[in-house]
Design a protein around this ligand. Structure first.
Ligand SMILES: [Zn+2]
Length: 120
């Protein structure tokens, strides 16, 4: 999984990928940790829908995105239920964030993560 934070001016602010810092780290979490503040108007691009719940009791990525001030989220693949319930997009939309889902790219995101699904 990967995530890129792009500012309102179209320039990349930070990027991250899952398990970058520790085994339970998420891509958006890693990217936002590097982006720090000043994300008003920014867009978070992610290969996977930002999570709305986490079994590890860490802050879900949807909440991290809301706290960052980013106003738009674009993702390719809706969270498979084998990880956690896919409530991230709904949480973001409810808070007024523009959410864009790109189902056409989902197959490519799935392909890159096929090992996590237990089949090729
Ligand atoms: Zn997450």
């Amino acid at each position: 999984m990967g995530a890129v934070v792009v500012g309102a001016d179209g320039r990349e602010i930070a990027r991250g990928h899952s398990r970058e810092d520790d085994p339970s780290g998420h891509a958006e979490e890693a990217a936002l940790a590097k982006a720090r503040a000043g994300l008003a108007g920014a867009t978070v691009y992610s290969s996977l829908e930002p999570c709305g719940l986490r079994k590890s009791h860490r802050t879900p990525c949807a909440e991290l995105i809301l706290a960052s001030g980013a106003s738009r989220v674009v993702f390719a693949w809706r969270e498979p239920t084998l990880f956690v319930e896919g409530t991230g997009a709904e949480r973001l939309i409810a808070a007024g964030v523009e959410v864009v889902e790109l189902p056409a790219l989902a197959a490519r995101a799935r392909e890159a993560n096929a090992h996590l699904l237990g089949h090729a």
